[in-house]
Design a protein around this ligand. Structure first.
Ligand code: ADP
Ligand code: MG
Length: 249
């Protein structure tokens, strides 16, 4: 429950199915995410993790079932859909920054264009967010001049600039050189501590143990197991999860 006492789940995914042609990629998925909760989604490649994330902010449509966000079914179009996209931030493996905009411009573009916030105000807040993720000194540079870790921290600041109700992270550290992984995870751990609702697809156990309230193991389009991080990593219940863990640990 959050400070304002709202105990309704922020996201409720119910019996969702999704097919790509003959491929049944989400099989009757049900998942609830509470406000302020951090859910780590883990599982083999091709299991439907990205599709599930994309379905939650409607980058992907679903074939059956329902997704309720903040008490309402996902909107299909128009202003309500734009609003949903800014309420649900997304951070991808591949940063997806605008190459020809500076770091600060990357962070202010959404607030100015989508939210109609005056540029000066967006820049002030943008600098605060760059400060928060530790890259304020890079504000005037272009993405290619930054390291991967700095670019991903920019992507996190950009998501935060929209004042999202939650952030979906889809393998945010998978494309990074090993020495840059922790600086990104540290920012994410900070967000988790500050109460941000987060769904994080990652195989980073250290992050899961420190920040996750729950681990969801997905395989072949199904949620096979939901567990606390400690239980999941030391004492997984299902053979499929045990088998997966034996390969990544
Ligand atoms: P994960 O993120 O767990 O690796 P994905 O959600 O990316 O899994 O993919 C699940 C399955 O759906 C995979 O077999 C993938 O090839 C397939 N898939 C994903 N997106 C598309 C698409 N746009 N068109 C066709 N198949 C897709
Ligand atoms: Mg994926």
């Amino acid at each position: 429950m959050t400070e304002n006492g709202d105990a309704t789940p922020l996201v409720r995914v119910e019996n969702v199915n999704k097919n790509f042609g003959a491929l049944h990629v989400l099989r009757d998925i049900s998942l609830t995410v509470s406000r302020g909760e951090v859910v780590v989604v883990i599982g083999p490649s091709g299991g439907g993790k990205s599709t599930l994330c994309r379905a939650i902010n409607r980058l992907e449509t679903i074939d059956s079932g329902t997704i309720i966000f903040d008490g309402k079914p996902l909107p299909a179009e128009g202003k309500a859909l734009a609003r949903l996209r800014s309420d649900v931030g997304m951070v991808f493996q591949s940063f997806n920054l605008f190459a020809h905009k500076t770091i600060l411009e990357n962070v202010t573009l959404g607030p100015v264009k989508v939210r109609g916030i005056p540029r000066e105000q967006a820049e002030k807040r943008g600098m605060e967010l760059l400060e928060r993720v530790g890259i304020a000194t890079q504000a005037g540079k272009y993405p290619a001049q930054l390291s991967g870790g700095q670019q991903q921290r920019t992507a996190i600041a950009r998501a935060l600039a929209m004042d999202p109700k939650m952030i979906l992270f889809d393998e945010p550290t998978s494309a990074l050189d090993p020495e840059m992984v922790q600086e990104v995870l540290d920012v994410m751990i900070g967000l988790a501590r500050d109460g941000m609702t987060m769904v994080v697809v990652t195989h980073e156990m250290g992050f899961a143990r420190r920040a996750a309230n729950r681990v969801v193991f997905m395989s072949e389009g199904q949620i096979v197991e939901e567990n606390t991080p400690d239980e999941f990593f030391t004492n997984a219940r299902t053979e499929r999860a045990k088998d997966f863990l034996s390969k990544i640990l």
